[in-house]
Design a protein around this ligand. Structure first.
Ligand code: ADP
Ligand code: ADP
Ligand code: ZN
Length: 221
């Protein structure tokens, strides 16, 4: 099953993708995480991506598309994947469709998670990320048991450079103008599921799981 998770920054894509990955045994491919890992290693890709990420702009399509098609070619993605944060505009969506078609595949379900903007700002400005394993926390909504430390791996939690209010608002604008149109791009396929992301992580996960089970049944898999 090939799954795309759509939604504005802070909608809970990462949180839900992790759970979906556990439940369905599918790899999560998160472009933002790939760039942050490259940056942590100090590679040219990471340094190039950082120039765009720091201002909330999209990394150029040619770079992102190359990274994603390379990653989807890995053996663990052959049986399906969960894309988190890609595609982010029509150019990327078309590149993805072409790539999948070339290997006889397609997107099976698109989950679009909606949350109202002020809640997104609260979620993003309070987000903390584990430097060890990438797990997400929140200073009020998802507090680790020991302050500043990851429950899963004990790693140190940090705040992303682009999770300050000014950059968050730019990222939300970029979502509106570039990414949100993908909802209409995918709608005619009849595989788009809109999910209310304002509930608790458990509630949202229940809704997403129901949608994926329905899609699986529909396709007789
Ligand atoms: P995205 O990947 O879409 O940017 P994340 O999964 O990283 O979103 O979530 C953004 C922030 O909001 C994180 O701090 C996370 O802990 C928190 N969060 C995620 N889902 C919820 C939810 N349903 N309710 C409240 N906070 C949430
Ligand atoms: P969030 O989880 O808050 O939605 P991400 O970690 O997905 O944020 O992305 C962080 C940044 O990485 C983006 O603001 C953008 O600069 C870059 N990025 C991630 N995915 C893409 C993509 N598909 N196309 C272009 N830039 C991307
Ligand atoms: Zn951790």
């Amino acid at each position: 099953m090939n799954i795309v998770l759509l939604g504005p920054p802070g909608a809970g894509k990462g949180t839900q993708a992790e759970r979906m990955s556990d439940r369905h045994g599918l790899p999560r491919v998160a472009t933002g995480d790939i760039f942050r890992a490259a940056l942590a290693e100090g590679t040219p890709l990471g340094l190039e991506a950082k120039r765009f990420m720091d201002t909330g702009k999209l990394v150029p399509d040619e770079i992102v598309e190359g990274i994603v098609t390379g990653r989807l070619g890995d053996a663990d993605c052959r049986g399906g994947f969960i894309l988190d944060g890609f595609p982010r505009n029509t150019h990327q969506a078309e590149a993805l469709d072409r790539y999948l078609a070339s290997r006889g595949g397609e997107i099976d379900v698109i989950i679009s998670i909606a949350v109202e903007p002020e809640e997104l700002v609260r979620r993003l400005t309070g987000r903390r990320v584990c430097g060890g394993c990438g797990a997400n926390y929140h200073v009020s909504f998802n507090v680790p048991s020991r302050e500043g430390a990851c429950d899963a791996c004990g790693g140190e939690l940090y705040q992303r450079d682009d999770d300050n209010e000014g950059i968050v608002r730019s990222r939300l604008d970029v979502y509106k103008s570039s990414t949100e149109p993908l909802i209409e791009y995918y709608r005619p396929l009849g595989r788009l599921v809109s999910v209310d992301g304002s509930g608790s992580p458990d509630e949202v996960f229940t809704e997403i799981s129901g949608a994926i089970d329905a899609a699986t049944e529909r396709e007789g898999r």
